[in-house]
Design a protein around this ligand. Sequence first.
Ligand SMILES: NC(=O)c1ccc[n+]([C@@H]2O[C@H](COP(=O)([O-])OP(=O)(O)OC[C@H]3O[C@@H](n4cnc5c(N)ncnc54)[C@H](OP(=O)(O)O)[C@@H]3O)[C@@H](O)[C@H]2O)c1
Length: 217
Amino acid sequence: MKIALLGTGAVSRVLAPAFLYLGHDVVVGTRSPLTTLDSNTAYARLATRYSALGLCTFADAVPDAELVVNAIDGPSCVAALTSLAPALAGRVLMDVSSPFDWSLPDAVLDPVNTDSLGERLQRALPKAKVVKTFNTLAAEAMAQPSAIGDGDHTVFVSGDDASAKAMVTELLRSLGWKDVLDLGCIRTARATEMMLRMWIDASVALGTHMFGFKIVR
Ligand SMILES: NC(=O)c1ccc[n+]([C@@H]2O[C@H](COP(=O)([O-])OP(=O)(O)OC[C@H]3O[C@@H](n4cnc5c(N)ncnc54)[C@H](OP(=O)(O)O)[C@@H]3O)[C@@H](O)[C@H]2O)c1
């Protein structure tokens, strides 16, 4: 499958090699490829190691992709993706973004309670098929679920389009996820985005980012 990973942060740097390993064609989107290769040393190292990994602008990454991953900084992602609306029409948009408002101390969430970034993206991109997932996990845990509790923990999906959720669920399963819980429509992204307050406090209490949430039936 052709996958466009939008973003050059920790999430893309974890998912890109994992998707390549699974045999997918992966291109990474950034605002300026030259600036990224010059100033993002972690990304530049990844690019050197994985020559099959393409790097281009956000706009150039989207048109050929069957799946687009939003791994752009939370406060910036709605505006950044709205500018790509025509190219994103009809595409599956896997959204991993977190609504932390970094301008405020102590990990304040915005939006919260009555809205979510997942819903904002779906409203801004009505022709795209937004699937919220992975946002309750540290980047390092996304592609190696078995590294935590032998893989016995839960990843969530939220979205309005059943076929888009099926595509994303299949991709998650190929990464080793056993417990994929479909919470329902994109409105349920509020629930997983609000888990981030718990994620922050649990990571401090545990002294690690490598943990997961588990729904016990
Ligand atoms: N890191 C984690 O463990 C983790 C876990 C769960 C969810 N998330 C969420 O996943 C997303 C990606 O996280 P991350 O840690 O990999 O990276 P990040 O540092 O949150 O974001 C990096 C990306 O955001 C882009 N960006 C920043 N400001 C922008 C702007 N004004 N306009 C357009 N693009 C802009 C950057 O573009 P350039 O490439 O041009 O610099 C870069 O590609 C975020 O929403 C984050 O909250 C992260």
